[in-house]
Ligand binder design. Sequence first.
Ligand code: PGA
Length: 250
Amino acid sequence: MRKAYVAGNWKMNCTIGEATELAKGLVAGLSADANADVAVVPQFLAIGAVKEVVAGTPIKLGAQDVYFEKNGAFTGEISTAMLKDAGCEFALVGHSERRHVLGETDEIIRKKLDALLAEGLEVILCVGEQLEEREANQTEKVLEEQTVAGIKGLTPAQLAKVTIAYEPVWAIGTGKVATTEQAQSAHKFIRDLVAKLFDQAAADALRIQYGGSVKPDNAKDLLAQPDVDGALVGGAALKADSFLGIIAGA
Ligand code: PGA
């Protein structure tokens, strides 16, 4: 039985002060018997302040991105060791905004994933199709390409540190949520693919989050799908009440 995993991706929102207040609201409101693993993913500059607030609580701390080189002349970038030093347990890689706004390729995303695992950090690997791809019946092709590029060849111990987030690009920040059938079908497709790439036990242990306009009022139905193991939440993670409502739905 996979434990639900709900992560809040704050994106390029919240000053350090705002992030601190949001984290305090979550710590105050998170019930001790919450049935889910919970994580927050602030912008880089707020990671230190949020760490102070969530230290000693069950809330995990992650970063939105990372660079794959260890150090050196890479102006503007942050390494895996720097994230670890700042208190992060994981980072997102392959978020659709990085793929489609910032031009990241599957190859770059894989290098980032490998670098995080080499540092002993966990990863949330985001995959998902764009609207044109869904309309052209390319959803499974895109999911297969992104998933294979992201995890093929990992050892079982490495795979155990990876969560996949299925985020249909057309549902992110648009208020257009995937139907429970669309989400379940994509999640099942990814899980079956992982069973082929690894084995059934590895596929059964893998947590696959859904992301894209998750709100307190739709979280419960989405998370009730057999292959939906949690949520990666953007907009609705920016208010403690709504994020806690989503966690309650798990
Ligand atoms: P959204 O974002 O919940 O605002 O749609 C989800 C995400 O991009 O992770």
